[in-house]
Design a protein around this ligand. Sequence first.
Ligand code: GDP
Ligand code: MG
Length: 317
Amino acid sequence: MKENLKLIIQIPCLNEEENIAKTLADLPKEIAGISSIETLIIDDGSNDNTIIAAKNAGADHVVSFKKHKGLACAFMAGLNLATSKGADIIVNTDADGQYRGEDIPKLIEPILKGDADMVIGQRDIEKIKDFSFIKKRLQRLGSWVVRQISGTKVLDATSGFRAYSREAALRLNVLSDYTYTIDTIIQAGKKDLALSFVNIGRNPDVRRSRLIRSIPGYISQSCATMLRIHAAYEPLKTFSMVGAAIFILGSALAIRFLYFYFSGDGSGHIQSLIFGAVLLIVGFQIAMIGLAADLIANNRKLIEESLYRIKKKEFLS
Ligand SMILES: Nc1nc2c(ncn2[C@@H]2O[C@H](COP(=O)(O)OP(=O)(O)O)[C@@H](O)[C@H]2O)c(=O)[nH]1
Ligand SMILES: [Mg+2]
């Protein structure tokens, strides 16, 4: 890696007037191997005095959305801004002090060593007293699903405490407006970015989570994200699997009908013949949609490559 490395620590905020000063004060002022550390606050249209509090507490860069846009949007704006300001490494942390500044050197170490593009700080979910039994089970199940989809070894998929190399920051494109945590892991897996994991500590919650307002809402949002991102990167696989399942069911019904037909009892099974034919058509159509989606996904790959090259040039100056 080059010398004079710049680390930017970004903190997306929504109404964090009360916590931001303490969180900023907890961040390390120097780290071996890093020549400058700057902080970046992305205020998502807060209606309290988050911006003033952050500026008073010495934040280096503060951007503010006039209107609330969602955490994923703030996260992406942070990555783009940090890279435009010359960051070689970007750390994302929460404003409510859940994560510990003292863990940042450990978090960026795999990037400094040249071993990783993205590092996830993993909490020991079972030991978190603030998480209910159900939330712990869901976190583990969710991380398992993300592991299957992304082909990575992530254990704490929803951790927001992460480090990104400049390369990863230029490559990731989050389109959802709610969560970026799952989306970025799947993208890292699909884009062959090198992922590392480090174990981190955690401070007790100072307030309720604003992201997980209700568990059913959170589950449905997360499932939708996983489905969409999986379909975006593996469209042929996703659609042809669904299409094939329906097609096989239709074929079974058609074979059943043919059996009766040749046994001389065809007229009594017209209903199942119609149902079978419908399933065959629907299954085939879904597989065809997969082909169209695959063509669109190829375009996404080209567009992402162009965007990467544009950003790389644009942020160089
Ligand atoms: N930009 C933005 N940040 C948010 C939003 N909701 C929460 N945050 C920030 O994201 C971080 C994590 O939020 P939090 O409510 O603590 O959720 P938790 O991770 O489940 O504890 C904090 O820094 C919040 O200020 C939002 O809608 N937009
Ligand atoms: Mg929190």
